[in-house]
Design a protein around this ligand. Structure first.
Ligand code: NAD
Length: 501
């Protein structure tokens, strides 16, 4: 029988929940070496949430030592591939079985609607672990073309200890994007989740042990970026940092790698993605994509379609349709209400930043057509309604900086050449889209947008089979797909000579 989800059902589940907030190191929960903790504030109502261990250098050292010891022991990396696969598949199943609890932890931390946490975030985290689990016994190494008297094996070997540092907007999904390929390749991982969203990571680590992954293969150190993330990125015994977060912190991570042991880095950073609509486009499809592409997850999405670059002749009609889609489909509500499509922003300071960007947009000459204001303040939570600005030019703050809130900035154009120039006039290059019925133009334009992913007449289609990541200051390295495995491996060449030819 399928569960019927009501607000009361979720309230009841929340009342019985006691989230674990300690680190997870070498297979067990541990408080910080210093004994320090911090309290997370719930975005849904501004009330105190979970108590978390405030990690520092000593906790990072302990986690890295555990990760290194299990890596050197070989009990995971040298395990029979089909047995490793079974562990990963069991882990994915356990994530599904604990889906409601994981969804609640995610919603408590992030303020996103519980049904989105359950149906999108938990589902995709389980699918991600499964995808890489299934790959484990299907990976081959290479034999290089050599002369007849020699053999050269090109082996793909795990790096060792991977440090993962992740953001708060899609914690479960982004953790799985890193854990899946890194662990499938045979590495051990120390994950430092964002200080706003650690609960689901701790639960994932508990479930990994239950699935049979050896202690130390997956460790979690909670805490602040400067206190726990920085020592991880500077650590001399960490071989790689897989980072997702802001471009600003991504640059620091590159510096830490250079200052320490030249560890590898992979960076998934910010975005300011263009969605370009030509006058011959299906405007209903474009309106739906523009609204959902920008407002889903309250705009707290790295590849959100925040710049709507629209041919002037259809701007008015398109904005009307976007407003209609938003009113009809994108219900803002309390995150535990199953009908809510979008919920709260991550924290009070972030909401203030979003509101100040909205104010700056008006000051710079943008015109607010609807929404983009604080709502539901009586709940104590941090809610901003989805809204659209027109009369934006590409040099305004709203067009250049990440707002990371539900604010769409419409920029008009006249010619294809102008549209392309505006689309590419950004330091970012994460994603983009083009809407037109002219397929020659669609292909020409999609090739010319400098971004890691470009959609034609749609937005945000994705699959584990496709790589995801950025060009320019949106970073480098790719999550998802078989290519993500390469990121967590090095090539090792082994030569052998056989007598004389
Ligand atoms: P952030 O850069 O502030 O923090 C990300 C992580 O880095 C957190 O765990 C944080 O604690 C840690 N950190 C902060 N300072 C650090 C330091 N000095 N040393 C080491 N670690 C440190 O980002 P955020 O606010 O959590 O997330 C939002 C950002 O993430 C946006 O810019 C968004 O575009 C980006 N993002 C990118 C992708 C992608 O795939 N490209 C996906 C999601 C989010």
């Amino acid at each position: 029988m399928t569960q019927e989800y009501t607000r009361a059902y979720w309230e009841n589940l929340l009342a019985g929940l006691k989230p674990e907030g300690r680190h997870f190191i070498d297979g067990a929960h541990r408080p910080s070496a210093s004994g320090a903790t911090f309290t997370r504030t719930r975005p849904m109502d501004g009330k105190p949430g979970a108590e978390l261990a405030r990690g520092g250098g000593a906790d990072v050292d302990a986690a890295v030592a555990a990760a290194r010891a299990v890596f050197e022991s070989g009990i995971w990396r040298k395990k029979e591939p089909r047995e490793k696969k079974k562990n990963m598949l069991k882990w994915a199943d356990l994530i599904r079985q604990h889906g409601e609890e994981l969804a609640m932890l995610e919603t408590l931390d992030v303020g996103k609607p519980i049904m989105a946490s359950l149906n999108v975030d938990v589902r995709l985290a389980a699918d991600g672990i499964q995808y890489y689990g299934e790959m484990i016994d299907k990976l081959y190494d290479e034999i290089a073309p050599t002369g007849p008297n020699a053999r050269a094996l090109v082996r793909k070997v795990p790096l060792g200890v991977v440090g993962a540092i992740t953001p708060w907007n899609y914690p479960l999904i982004i953790d799985a994007w890193k854990l899946g390929p890194a662990i499938a390749a045979g590495n051990s991982v120390v994950l430092k989740p964002a200080e706003q969203s650690s609960l689901s990571a701790i639960k994932l680590a508990e479930l990994a042990i239950e699935a049979g992954l050896p202690a130390g293969v997956f460790n979690v150190v909670t805490g602040y970026g400067e206190e726990a993330g920085k020592p991880l990125a500077l650590h001399m015994d960490v071989d790689m940092i897989a980072f997702t977060g802001s471009t600003e912190v991504g640059k620091l991570i590159m510096g830490y790698a250079a200052q320490s042991n030249v560890k590898r880095v992979a960076l998934e950073l910010g975005g300011k993605s263009p969605l370009v609509v030509f006058e011959d486009a299906d405007l209903d499809a474009a309106a739906s994509a523009a609204a959902w592409g920008c407002f889903y997850n309250s705009g707290e999405t790295c590849h959100a379609s925040t710049r709507l670059i629209v041919q002037r002749s259809v701007q008015e009609a398109l904005i009307e349709k976007i407003q209609a889609v938003t009113r009809r489909e994108i219900t803002l509500g309390h995150p535990l209400d199953p009908s809510a499509q979008i919920g709260a922003l991550i924290e009070e300071d972030h909401m203030k930043k979003v509101l100040s960007m909205i104010a700056a947009g008006e000051k710079e000459g943008g015109r607010r057509v609807f929404g983009a204001e604080r709502v539901m303040d009586e709940t104590g939570g941090y809610y901003v309604s989805p809204g659209v600005f027109v009369d934006v030019t590409n040099d305004m703050k709203l067009a250049r900086q990440e707002v990371f809130g539900p604010v769409l900035a419409a920029i008009p154009f006249e010619t294809e050449e102008e549209a392309l120039r505006i689309a590419n006039d950004t330091v970012y290059g994460l994603a983009g889209a083009v809407f037109t019925r002219d397929m020659d133009r669609a292909h020409r334009f999609s090739e010319a947008i400098h971004a890691g992913t470009v959609w034609i007449n749609t937005y945000d289609m994705s699959s584990f089979a496709t790589p995801f990541g950025g060009f320019k200051q949106s970073g480098f390295g790719r999550d998802r797909s078989a290519h993500a495995i390469d990121k967590y491996c090095d090539y090792k060449t082994i030569w052998q000579q056989f007598g004389s030819a």
